[in-house]
Design a binder for this molecule. Structure first.
Ligand SMILES: Nc1ncnc2c1ncn2[C@@H]1O[C@H](COP(=O)(O)OP(=O)(O)OP(=O)(O)O)[C@@H](O)[C@H]1O
Ligand SMILES: [Mg+2]
Length: 458
């Protein structure tokens, strides 16, 4: 018997033939065995019908999560990959292991066609990684030069139909959130720097060890800063509701060596944000500046150090190229870049300006809403000293502390100066004695200067 498969398939498709498909399929299978003559199209049509019927009566529901959506990677697939990596080592039979250059830890994943079970609030689900090999020319996102065969990957998530709502509304968002946390913990922080109008293609791994545990600032100020950062990170909904861009500006000011750059490092390590260290002096013009800020990723810190020195930004009225020592970035350009409408394009930006001379800044830069928080980093008090002694000498108490506390109340000394004294010797007592000598000398110089002033006045 000969089939005109195409016309048979289209004829059957016009009618609701599904209830008959199963029976027909069995007949055809029998005939196939006898005659080996069933055309491919017809068989796959029956196969579809059988699958459809079995799904209809099955209590299971399956969500297919493909790796690509057009050219872009599907974020749900990426999240599932990261999330299942943590489960695979426990419940899969075979796992793959890899490590990317910018990752701190090994990444595990389920192998092809492996299954992983998971439980969420009493609901059991099954994940399966499906990999199909195809001709690479058929896939748009695939680099055709590298291989003739490509793999189309997808996850199948299967669970009981009655849990559909819970899976869509709670479980999948939960998977996305856990994956975000895993990625955040695994990715090394990077520091980006700019040359002219673009960020360097190869950001450097940020290895600064400073943290809020080692930063020596007044305890109360430190708590205030950490609380502010915590509030900012959790405030997505607040920023959305109030129509504000999700960004926060900090101005760090104080004498050299009081920990402004160290605080930025502690912030980046605490939030796990990349740093974009912007050198305004080499930015061509306002347009370049805008492009640079648009080129930053979300969840990052934009740093402009020594804002008073890099370019002349004092006077907005004189905001012309000529009055700006030939620099084409102007104050209004900078304000627009950090403040303007399009600055909302990315989310979770922290902007930090530092200066040794707050009084030299244009008030426009300090207006509330621009610099949300101004943090004064000042000379070392006793509480900050104790932190430094802990960092460098690993001590919390010493008989010389009383003397040091007294001297710290009489002279102005920066944490950087103290840090230098505490690293001069290996022995803690000798270091503290050196420090006392250093503080006494400072005190003497201060008194001499004061006396000279008094003599002049007389
Ligand atoms: N508050 C601090 N806590 C711990 N270490 C500090 C602190 N301040 C300064 N230091 C030490 O002094 C060094 C210089 O400090 P830092 O670069 O943070 O100062 P700064 O305020 O940014 O100075 P500048 O105004 O010159 O840029 C740091 O590498 C660190 O070792
Ligand atoms: Mg600095």
């Amino acid at each position: 018997m000969k089939f005109d498969a195409k016309s048979l398939v289209s004829t059957m498709a016009k009618f609701d033939t599904k209830p008959f498909v199963s029976a027909m399929a069995s007949i055809m299978v029998m005939r196939t065995i006898k005659n080996e003559l069933i055309p491919h199209e017809l068989l796959s049509f029956f196969q579809c019908g059988v699958d459809h019927l079995s799904r209809r009566f099955s209590p299971q529901f399956t969500v297919v999560i493909e790796e690509f959506q057009g050219m872009a990677r599907n974020q749900v697939f990426e999240a599932a990959e990261a999330y299942l990596g943590t489960k695979a080592t426990v419940s899969a039979e075979r796992v793959t292991v890899s490590k990317a250059d910018d990752h701190k830890d090994l990444s595990f994943n389920m192998d092809r066609n492996e299954e992983v079970s998971d439980d969420f609030e009493g609901v059991s689900v099954k994940w399966k990684l499906i990999c199909i090999q195809v001709d690479s020319s058929r896939i748009r996102h695939y680099d055709n030069d590298s291989s003739a065969v490509a793999e189309i990957r997808s996850y199948e998530l299967t669970f009981h139909k009655k849990h559909k709502n819970k899976i869509f509304n709670s479980y999948l968002p939960y998977v996305m959130e856990i994956a975000r946390q895993i990625k955040q913990g695994n990715m090394a922080i990077k520091i980006h720097s700019n040359e002219y109008g673009y960020w360097n293609r190869e950001p450097v791994k940020f290895n600064h060890p400073m943290s809020f545990d080692t930063l020596a600032v007044d305890e109360k100020l430190q708590r205030e800063i950490v609380n502010d950062l915590d509030k900012f990170v959790k405030a997505k909904e607040f920023y959305r509701r109030t129509g504000k861009a999700w960004k926060r500006g900090y101005l760090l000011y104080g004498p050299p060596g009081t920990g402004k750059s160290s605080l930025i490092a502690a912030m980046a390590n605490y939030l796990h944000y990349d740093i974009y260290d912007l050198d305004l002096a080499v930015v061509g013009d306002n347009r370049n500046l805008k492009d640079l800020i648009l080129g930053m990723s979300s969840r990052s810190i934009l740093v402009i150090e020594d804002i008073d020195c890099t370019i002349k930004l004092q006077n907005r009225e004189e905001d012309t190229e000529a009055s700006n020592n030939g620099h084409k970035v102007t104050l209004s350009g900078l304000l627009n870049a950090t403040d303007g409408l399009w600055s909302c394009c990315a989310e979770e930006h922290i902007i930090v300006f530092t200066t040794n001379h707050k009084e030299r800044l244009d008030p426009a830069l300090l207006r509330p809403g621009r610099m949300d928080k101004q943090i004064h980093l000042s000379y070392c008090n006793f509480s900050a000293f104790k932190q430094l002694a802990m960092n460098y000498l690993c001590i919390t108490q010493h008989e010389l502390y009383e003397k040091i506390e007294q001297l710290l109340g009489q002279v102005e000394v920066t944490p950087a100066e103290i840090a230098e004294e505490l690293t001069k010797d290996v022995d803690a007592t000798e270091c503290l004695q050196d420090l006392i000598k250093f503080l006494q000398e400072k005190k003497m110089i201060k008194e001499e200067v004061k006396n000279e002033g008094n003599v002049k006045e007389e």
